[in-house]
Write a protein that binds this ligand. Structure first.
Ligand SMILES: Nc1ncnc2c1ncn2[C@@H]1O[C@H](COP(=O)(O)OP(=O)(O)OP(=O)(O)O)[C@@H](O)[C@H]1O
Ligand SMILES: [Mg+2]
Length: 306
């Protein structure tokens, strides 16, 4: 085992001890070490692409994770006050309690299995995927010391930056194209411990980009830095992109729009992920008013509640 590897393991253990959380050591995985090597050897990558070895050496040379995250640009956000529930001081916004319940359920599941990377998806457009993903990330970092990354994985129709009032680029598509490193594509906003990776510029070649291996590599690299990684995605029925993102996730949350999503399409959407754990279903917009509520159900409820 190399000295660098030893140092990374030690840093990982120190962070786990200081936060009271167990973090899987991403660099401990033989699969990653192989990928890192082949990625580093890839030709035609831009010269400013920092090699994985650079990142590993930086970590091994004594810099802690906070130092690495400090490389993410601090940016101005203007979150939409109508739908972003946790940026104001008011803890009793309509819908906020449902997100706390969802958070509790996720921690209950996490007691039984490793769970960090969640895919948020739905059958059709405009059912509330980005709304749920963004608010879930916020409620997760409301707990002291928890750090979350929310990623807009909808490369065809990026939308989360609008909810957060953040810049759209650089982001995931630029990273997948090899045009920037992982830290340049992340943003720190006004909420402590909440990091955002926007989709970047809209990409027509979304399936090719999402399956070029770099998304998986990115997640493996940044995983030790976060307690939760939430991935927003495209709707499942019109395009297959979400199934590609799902491959890199531990489980999926399916959003169903109340009185709107046809039950057969909700079922078909779930069937697109035959090998993936369905963590649950979020029934979005269950009451009228300024802000519809979201409810969470365990996985099997998709049939009876859609
Ligand atoms: N529970 C809710 N209450 C009020 N407005 C909501 C709610 N859920 C979603 N919306 C609004 O509905 C619109 C669509 O939501 P959102 O962008 O989250 O959907 P989406 O599934 O991500 O859409 P797309 O498939 O286009 O990415 C947005 O304007 C959002 O603010
Ligand atoms: Mg969306």
């Amino acid at each position: 085992m190399s000295r660098i590897h030893d140092a990374l393991k030690r840093a990982e253990q120190e962070r786990a001890t200081s936060t009271g959380t167990h973090v899987e050591p991403a660099f401990d995985q033989p699969e990653l070490r192989n990928e890192v090597r082949s990625e580093g050897q890839r030709e035609n990558m831009p010269s400013f692409q920092p090699s994985p070895a650079t990142v590993m050496t930086t970590m091994a040379s004594g810099l802690n994770y906070e130092s690495l995250l400090a490389r993410c640009p601090q940016t101005e956000w203007s979150p939409d006050p109508r739908t972003m529930l946790f940026f104001q001081d008011d803890d009793n916004r309509v819908g906020a309690e449902e997100f706390r319940t969802l958070r509790s359920r996720l921690y209950q599941i996490r007691e039984k299995m490793p769970l960090k990377r969640l895919l948020v998806t739905s059958a059709l457009p405009k059912e509330g995927k980005s709304f749920v993903a963004a608010n879930l990330a916020q409620v997760l970092v409301r707990q002291h010391g928890r750090r979350a990354l929310v990623i807009d994985g909808d490369l065809r129709n990026p939308g989360m930056h609008r909810h957060l009032g953040a810049a759209q680029t650089p982001g995931l598509s630029e990273y997948l194209l090899g045009e920037c490193d992982e830290f340049a594509a992340l943003q720190r906003g006004p909420m402590e411990n909440l990091f955002f990776m926007p989709a970047g510029r809209a990409a027509g070649s979304a399936p090719e980009l999402l399956s070029n291996g770099r998304l998986k590599l990115f997640l493996q690299r940044v995983e030790p830095l976060f307690d939760w990684i939430i991935l927003d995605s495209s709707p499942v029925i019109p395009v297959s992109d979400a199934t590609l993102v799902a491959g890199a996730c531990d489980g999926i949350l399916m959003v169903v729009k109340s009185d709107s999503t046809p039950s057969d399409l909700a079922r078909r959407a779930r069937e697109e992920f035959p090998d993936k754990l369905l963590l649950g279903v979020v029934l979005n917009g269950t009451s009228s008013g300024e802000l519809g509520r979201s409810k969470y159900y365990y996985g099997e409820a998709v049939n009876s509640h859609a």
